[in-house]
Write a protein that binds this ligand. Sequence first.
Ligand SMILES: Nc1ncnc2c1ncn2[C@@H]1O[C@H](COP(=O)(O)OP(=O)(O)OP(=O)(O)O)[C@@H](O)[C@H]1O
Length: 277
Amino acid sequence: MTELLRVDDVAVEYHGLRAVDGVSLSIGAGEVLALVGESGCGKSSTARAVVGMERPAAGEVRFHGERVPPLGLRRRAAALTAIQMVFQDPNSSLNPRKRIGDQIADGNRAARARGLTSEPPPVWLEAVGLDPAMVSRYPHQFSGGQRQRIAIARALAARPELLVADEPISALDASSQADVAAMMRRLGLRSGAGMLFISHDLSVVRIMADRVAVMYRGRIVESGRTARVWADPVHPYTRALLAAIPHADGRGSLPEAPAAEAPDEWMAEVPEALDRV
Ligand SMILES: Nc1ncnc2c1ncn2[C@@H]1O[C@H](COP(=O)(O)OP(=O)(O)OP(=O)(O)O)[C@@H](O)[C@H]1O
């Protein structure tokens, strides 16, 4: 597997305090790595260091073997469109004064700048489950969950090689979270991209991620293939995290090992037009 991303011994500090302390990880082409852990353990800070929005106090981040420069967001957008980020709050990714079709077209341009084709905005809207006829509307004319789908469409329209998604489904209603996560995996990875997926929803992580890295107080305490981590968690924190997954009957207990394959509905058809990309 081609290695896309390598994070080596990265530290992130705020006012001299270490929020991320010696984190190392890698992501290969076509692979989803989930970063999980309690609130404040350093997941977002790690994600921001990966995309160059945070300058590491130590260590380095390499994308295709090249050091990711810590740039301001605007300069980064021009230099590194092969890495796209989806934030928990879609308002961070969308321009409120720009029609959503034009914003997805910005993603198309980012793809074209790298010699890649990308389908027009209405096709992407349909792919994320929205009415393509809404292409001329503005972000405020959508619900929070719909705006998040638009932000995802914009990121995917850029045909990223690496998608960094920081709690991308938390703002969605519970019934569509798994659906949108599945859509991201299906559309984002179809041409060999990789994904860093941050979520506190371990039931989604279990089906979504090929590998999991468990963070605790700024460090990765355990990592491995998702099935292995679920079936045989080694670190006490991982055990506690998995034991806390609520069950339908309200009791917390260690869940069973994950299914070997994602359920059928996760593999639903990619819209025909996108299949040709
Ligand atoms: N810009 C900042 N300035 C100062 N401290 C910060 C800043 N961003 C994060 N921190 C601190 O760094 C630590 C890690 O925060 P981070 O947002 O990376 O955690 P997280 O695991 O993503 O949390 P959550 O799941 O709640 O988003 C926290 O203690 C947080 O208060």
